[in-house]
Every structure is written in structure tokens, then in C-alpha cells.
Design a binder for this molecule. Structure first.
Ligand SMILES: [Zn+2]
Ligand SMILES: [Zn+2]
Length: 496
């Protein structure tokens, strides 16, 4: 029987932690508390984290390795940590769950948490912890504390090999829905492997579901991956040109799933209209310091429009609530067009830090701008992360940063935006229920996905699993935790 919300539970276990030097070392953890009263996590006998209410203790069954795990040291969250965020977990009755990883106020079931949760931007809640990525111990350990409302039961018919892919598949589907290709517009997926093949599958499934028509192109150096991409629904699979600058664009939209800073530069040359980033490698790319943050916050970058009509359409598409006046943080040296203030609330200034402070002290639905206008790569970085050590942007999640004026050049991303009107966008986590619905309605898709799991290892072999995940012959490694005896005692001691 699963415990009620006030019953105190305690588990103690040895977990394998990922460290800043890219190595794995064991540590002793204990988790004690209840879903109603909150939790305390100790690490090596010392208090490590105190969590409020809204988490349930679950046993990890299995967890997939993703590229974010391999690049975890570059992300701006504390280490060491037990990582792993693509998991199937079990409750005390052995029922299977997939777990959405953002522990926002909403995911924990806390009412009146924050403006972001109230606005439906729950995956962007600024107070969130993220299971296996930020603070919360993840699925490479034997126990997790899962946000209560983020636990989604795995439908009976869905196999473990498919269920373990729901997190990355939801992210892939979210990208396919965000880029929303026009009929006939070609979409290329660069680097179809762990995540990229799921993006190909999601594009193909979305096209089939909605009856839309857009050709899908997969670009990979490896024949085996090109063959797989064709199997996953790509219409064509090619080797990427060695010099995309010279060969010219190959598609309207390019989705970069390479997980590498070089992928962005290649994509810029391959795309006619838009590059969509799915990489969270945490490293500078394309002349910008914060491309990972752009993906995390799902912000797009584009040129400030030339004409009144296009400005009106940009404001019309601003991410604020219908009927609200869009807020624009104007950081470009050139003054805004005079008519702009008639249709938007314009805050002008020369540094992002003071504009953010002004937005935070101004009443409004969210303490952020809907659109920021800057004139340099440094301006883009400042709008993405104005304050050092704080993971918040001047622009709201899913907002826009526009480039207006400034010097030509300034790195490959800004050149492509200024000279060719390219848009750079990014997206992160998707909706598990939408992903599960699609998988339930398309058995061919589900069968296809399960073929991505190429390696299975016991959880104590995490170092080998990470090494394997970096090798070219591997697509998806899944770690398994040993099954445990059912126990009626709320206290467990775990010597995994
Ligand atoms: Zn992942
Ligand atoms: Zn919140």
C-alpha cells in the first residue's frame, strides 16, 4: 500500500554521483519526510537539501542516458549530483510512472505559487528544481522524490523500452510542434541520433496525425544513422555538406540535435528561415555565450522588423496574454520608432540589469519583458542572463529578443539574423500526456521508438554506461535498478 501524505518515510542508500571533473563517485544518501510535510535529504551524514511539500518517494526502475547527462558539468547547477532524468519509477504497489522533471509550484500541487505557474509557464517556474539536473537526485540513483502532480501512470499497453523514452520523445514532439512547418517547407534534422531520431519520428508522426505535408530531411555523417532516420520517417537522408556556407541552404527549417556547439554554426548555413536548437551543451556557440539558456527559456532571436505592418504582426504575436499590452525592453542604442509606444509599453535603457529591476518593481502579469530589443551579441547575452549567478532572463520564457542596428558581423548567429533574416529558436521539455496520447494512437511509432534502446546495463555500471553513450555505435543506454523485495515497513535500508 502506498503511504498517505502524513506518514513519515525514510530510505538510506548509496548513490553514484556525477562530479564537476566528469567522474563518478559514490555517496551515502538518506531521504526522510512525507509528501504533506516535506523532505530532508542528507548526503554523507550531513544535511544536503530541505524540500517542502509536494514530493513523493518513488523507487527507480530504470533510467535512460541522454546527452545532457554527458555535458552536465557545463550546466550552471550545483555538482556533485545524482543525475538521470529519463526514468520509470515505481510506487509502493509496483505501479509504473513516468515523471515530468520540472518541480515547479504547480507540479508539487502548491496553490498560488508564483506568477509563472499561474500563467501556465510551469516548466519555467523560477523556483523550480529539476529532477536529475538541478538539485533533485535523479534516476541513476535507486530512489527519487518526484513532484506529485508530475507523476504520470504508464498506460498498460506501453512497454518499458518505450516508456523510458517518453521524456525525450515529449521534448522532440514539442520541437516538432513549435517549428510548425508551413505546407511544403522542408525540415532538416541535423545529427539524428539519441534525440535527433526522436525528432524525426515526432515530425513524421505529427505530419501523419495532422494530415500536413512537409518533407523531412535527415543529415548525418554516418550511413547507419541515415538508414535509421529513413526508418523513423525521414523522406531523405544525406551526408551534411562539409562547407554549408558554400553549398547554401538545404531546408527552410533546421533542427539542431547534435548536442555540440559546432552544430549551431553548421545549421546557420543550412537553414533558409529558422534554426531550432535542441542542444543544451552549456558551452558558447555561434558568437553567443548563452545559447543553452536560450533553449532552457525557449526564447527566439530574430531581426527587428523593418515595416510598420511587420512590427504590428510581431506585437500581435507577442507572448503576453491576449488583451495585455506587450512590454518591450529597448536596449538598442538607436531610438525606437515613435509610433511603437502607441501599441506597446516601451522601457528604454542601456543596461539589462537596471531594466530587469524596473520590470520587477512594475506591476504586471510577469516581472519580465515580452520582447527585448538589442543591437549586439553582448546585448543578446545580457538579455538572456542579466545578473551573474542568477538563472533568469530579462525576457519572459517563450519571449523574443530582436536585433536592431549595431555593427555588422558580431558572430555567425547575428550575421545570419541581420543579413538573411534568419530566426534562431529553441525548445526544451514537452508535455508527457500529449506524447503518451500520440504513442497510444500510433503503435507503429511506439515499436519504432523501442528500437532506439541499444544497450542495457545495471545501474551500478554508470561509469561504463556514460562511456558507452559517448561511443558512436551506441544510441540509447538504459540503466536498470535491481528489483527489490516488497516491504510493508516504511523504512528501507538500501545497499545498492
Ligand atoms: Zn534528456
Ligand atoms: Zn512557480
Amino acid at each position: 500500500m502506498s503511504p498517505d501524505r502524513t506518514t513519515t518515510q525514510r530510505v538510506e542508500f548509496r548513490g553514484l554521483e556525477y562530479h564537476a571533473d566528469d567522474r563518478i563517485h559514490p555517496a551515502t544518501y538518506s531521504m526522510e519526510g512525507s509528501s504533506g510535510g516535506g523532505w530532508r535529504i542528507d548526503r554523507n551524514g550531513v544535511e544536503h537539501l530541505v524540500l517542502g511539500a509536494g514530493y513523493r518517494l518513488l523507487r527507480t526502475d530504470r533510467c535512460g542516458v541522454c546527452s545532457t547527462d554527458l555535458d552536465r558539468r557545463f550546466l550552471p547547477f550545483p555538482l556533485p549530483q545524482i543525475i538521470g532524468h529519463e526514468l520509470i519509477a515505481l510506487d509502493a504497489d509496483g505501479k509504473r510512472y513516468v515523471v515530468e522533471i520540472n518541480a515547479s509550484h504547480a507540479a508539487r500541487g502548491l496553490e498560488d505559487g508564483c506568477a509563472f505557474c499561474s500563467a501556465g509557464l510551469t516548466t519555467h517556474c523560477p523556483d523550480r528544481r529539476v529532477l536529475g539536473i538541478h538539485d533533485l537526485p535523479g534516476g541513476f540513483g535507486p530512489w527519487v522524490l518526484a513532484p506529485e502532480r508530475a507523476m504520470i501512470p504508464v498506460p498498460h499497453g506501453l512497454s518499458d523500452d518505450v516508456a523510458v523514452l517518453v521524456e525525450p520523445f515529449a521534448a522532440a514532439l514539442h520541437a516538432a510542434e513549435q517549428v510548425a512547418p508551413e505546407p511544403g517547407a522542408r525540415v532538416a534534422v541535423l545529427g539524428p541520433r539519441r534525440l535527433g531520431l526522436l525528432v524525426v519520428a515526432a515530425l513524421a508522426a505529427r505530419r501523419k496525425r495532422d494530415g500536413s505535408h512537409y518533407p523531412i530531411l535527415a543529415l548525418s555523417r554516418r550511413q547507419a544513422l541515415r538508414d535509421l532516420a529513413l526508418n523513423f520517417g525521414a523522406d531523405e537522408a544525406l551526408e551534411p555538406p562539409s562547407d554549408p556556407g558554400r553549398s547554401g541552404p538545404l531546408a527552410e527549417i533546421v533542427i539542431d540535435t547534435t548536442g555540440s556547439p559546432l552544430g549551431l554554426e553548421a545549421s546557420l548555413g543550412l537553414a533558409r528561415q529558422e534554426v531550432h536548437l535542441k542542444s543544451t551543451h552549456g558551452q558558447p556557440a555561434g558568437g553567443l555565450a548563452h545559447t543553452t539558456e536560450l533553449v532552457v527559456d525557449e526564447i527566439s532571436l530574430q531581426a527587428w522588423p523593418d515595416s510598420e505592418t511587420e512590427i504590428a504582426s510581431l506585437l500581435h504575436r507577442a507572448p503576453c496574454r491576449a488583451g495585455d499590452t506587450p512590454r518591450i525592453a529597448w536596449l538598442a542604442r538607436q531610438a525606437p520608432p515613435e509610433t511603437l509606444a502607441q501599441n506597446a509599453e516601451v522601457l528604454t535603457g542601456h543596461d539589462a540589469i537596471s531594466l530587469l529591476a524596473r520590470l520587477e518593481s512594475t506591476p504586471g502579469p510577469l516581472p519580465r519583458a515580452d520582447i527585448a530589443v538589442v543591437d549586439s551579441a553582448a546585448g543578446v547575452d545580457a538579455a538572456l542572463r542579466p545578473r551573474a549567478e542568477e538563472e533568469i532572463a530579462l525576457v519572459r520564457p517563450r519571449g523574443r529578443i530582436c536585433i536592431y542596428g549595431g555593427k555588422p558581423g558580431d558572430g555567425p548567429v547575428l550575421s545570419a539574423i541581420r543579413e538573411r533574416g534568419l530566426t534562431l529558436s529553441g525548445s526544451r521539455c514537452g508535455d508527457f500526456r500529449r506524447a503518451l496520447d500520440l504513442l497510444a494512437s500510433d503503435s507503429e511509432l511506439a515499436t519504432r521508438l523501442s528500437s532506439l534502446v541499444t544497450h542495457r546495463l545495471p545501474a551500478q555500471r554508470l561509469p561504463q554506461a556514460l562511456k558507452l553513450a559517448r561511443s558512436p555505435e551506441c544510441i540509447k543506454v538504459v540503466l536498470h535498478h535491481p528489483p527489490r523485495e516488497q516491504t510493508t515497513d516504511a523504512r528501507h535500508r538500501d545497499e545498492a
